[in-house]
Design a protein around this ligand. Structure first.
Ligand code: IPM
Ligand code: MN
Length: 357
């Protein structure tokens, strides 16, 4: 197997967590005798600084010719605090999603038994919760035009647009996942208010008819937000449009106890991208303290989803669980009074575990 991985560390803690993830993938590939090639490219604030563009043409070319993309994080306070900035790191992420046709963002929400005490929810509500958020990623308010300001600057507008084919492909993907899981799909919209949501519901109903073995529920987004903290165990596969999905997946990520643990996959027309769901955490950049586990688990998703390397992915997950049991973890998930380990120390421990497995 000769595969090429585009490595895009990005900004902030991106490079540190990416080093760990790449070391872990290398260790696993050595063990299973796979040859992988890695090539690094710029994205985000570091790309703006170097080239003027947050997603340079060269980076896009590398992504297109690779078999998968491993992505760290982007964002920098330098741009956040400058309202006059013409280009922003986040535009790099949006450009990458659009140009690679990444219409589906898959965020599994799983709990880690020994992290449950860190959840803001009562342990009995959240222990065992296991659902998958499928967020549409290339449509809706994020990309709809027109977007802008009136001439006098006192009125602003965004446009939410969805076409039937955009809804169909993401909803179908959700049903295909549900079939391999607990066979329930929650379609989340605001059909009592929005025309786009009414089209979503119409299309989802048609697709549901093709999956009689899967149960469908329709939820308004406000109600879904409430239910997610009230009965998180009720969800199996949740599918929704871009902006609702952005909001709900942040909510979903913290109920498990730590934002630093959850991976994601973005899939679509061209190369798939795997990334942690957390951001670039600029305050921690260069300190070797950030939690690398979400990126490591994203790499496991990459091996499984893009290359069908299930045993390899499983070994990575096993290593992650073992590191938590051994309490070789970073400060965000360390127990009170226990020693917190550095990012690179966690990485070394994982590699060592894999080598000895
Ligand atoms: C995410 C992020 C991005 C989004 C930002 C950084 C553009 O919040 O991946 O969820 O809003 O989609
Ligand atoms: Mn978000």
């Amino acid at each position: 197997m000769n595969l090429k991985i585009a490595v895009l560390p990005g900004d902030g803690i991106g490079p540190e967590i990416m080093n760990v993830a790449v070391d872990v993938v290398k260790a696993v590939c050595k063990k299973f005798d796979h040859q992988l090639q890695y090539e690094t490219a710029l994205v985000g604030a570091c790309a703006i600084d170097a080239t003027g563009s947050p997603y340079p043409e060269e980076t896009h070319k590398l992504c297109m010719e690779s078999d998968a993309v491993l992505f760290g994080a982007i964002g920098s306070p330098k741009y956040d605090n400058d309202p006059s900035a013409k280009v922003r790191p986040e535009q790099g992420l949006l450009a990458m999603r659009k140009q690679l046709g990444l219409f589906a963002n898959i965020r599994p929400v799983t709990t880690f038994h020994n992290l449950i005490h860190k959840s803001p929810l009562r342990a009995d509500l959240v222990d065992g919760a296991d659902f998958m958020c499928i967020r549409e990623l290339t449509g809706g308010l994020y990309f709809g035009r027109p977007q802008g300001r009136s001439e006098d600057g006192n009125t602003a507008y965004d446009t939410c647009v969805y076409s039937r084919y955009e809804i169909e492909r993401i909803v179908r993907l959700a049903y295909d996942y549900a079939r391999r899981r607990r066979k329930k799909v929650s379609v989340v919209d605001k059909a009592n208010i929005l025309a786009t949501s009414r089209l979503w519901r119409e299309v989802a109903k048609e697709i549901a008819a093709d999956y009689p073995d899967v149960t469908t529920e329709f939820l308004y987004v406000d109600n879904a937000a409430m239910r997610m903290i009230q009965w998180p165990k009720d969800f199996d596969v949740l599918v929704t449009e871009n902006m609702f999905g952005d909001i709900l997946t942040d909510e979903g990520s913290v109920i498990t106890g730590s934002l630093g643990m959850l991976p994601s996959a973005s899939v679509g027309v061209h190369t798939s991208v795997f990334e942690p769901i957390h951001g670039s955490y600029p305050q921690a950049a260069g300190k070797d303290i950030a939690n690398p586990l979400a990126t490591v688990l994203s790499a496991a998703m990459m091996l499984e989803y893009s290359f069908d390397l299930k045993a390899e992915a499983e070994l990575i997950r096993q290593a992650v669980n073992a590191s938590m049991e051994a309490e070789v973890v970073t400060e965000d998930i360390a127990n009170k009074g226990a020693k917190a380990f550095h990012t690179s120390e966690v990485g070394k421990w994982l590699v060592d575990y894999i080598e000895k497995a």
